[in-house]
Design a protein around this ligand. Structure first.
Ligand code: IMP
Length: 161
């Protein structure tokens, strides 16, 4: 619900602020799905941060991954403390690509924060430092998440089926 999201994102913001105290954090939001999450999360940080974005797409109006991830960005993260902010960790394919891509820029640190972690079998094993909610294997929309570009505007998260 709206309330649960608000409370959890506030707690994540607090936790991240504690962990990165005395450092400047570079939040890298994964478009399009993470736009609402990163906006709310940033408002709960108590440390200086910079906010930038990269675009990742792997779903083409379908509910299953196409297996192909396309990344687009113009980032320079060398020597920075980087936190990738993602909407949902499903198979892990997207985050695997993002991690490999950003690592090449040699950031000082590179961690991941995902709002949702879907419980599925055969996930790619990636360490995700911050997780908002564990969810079952259902297709969800709202709070930035879409189905064929629809429902992103919902202030809560809902199952599509
Ligand atoms: P992965 O590469 O399989 O981990 O998928 C990650 C991306 O797929 C996310 O960034 C979402 O854009 C999309 N995705 C995965 N599951 C869902 C869902 O349940 N609803 C909406 N988008 C999803």
């Amino acid at each position: 619900s709206r309330e649960e999201l608000k409370n959890r994102v506030e707690k994540l913001g607090y936790e991240i602020s504690q962990d990165y105290q005395g450092r400047e954090l570079h939040l890298v939001g994964v478009l399009n799905g993470a736009f609402m999450f990163i906006a709310d999360l940033a408002r709960h940080l108590r440390i200086p941060c910079q906010i930038c974005f990269l675009q990742a797409s792997s779903y083409k109006d379908k509910q299953v991954s196409t297996g192909e991830v396309i990344l687009m960005h113009n980032l320079d993260l060398s020597g920075k403390d980087v936190l990738v902010v993602e909407d949902i960790f499903d198979t892990g394919l997207t985050l695997k690509h993002i991690k490999e891509d950003l690592k090449m820029q040699k950031p000082a640190s590179l961690e991941i924060c995902t709002l949702l972690n879907k419980r599925i079998q055969d996930k790619i094993d990636i360490y995700v430092k911050y997780i908002g909610f564990e969810i079952e294997d259902r297709f969800v929309v709202g709070y930035g998440l879409d189905y064929a570009e629809k429902f992103r505007e919902l202030p809560y998260i809902s199952c599509l089926d």
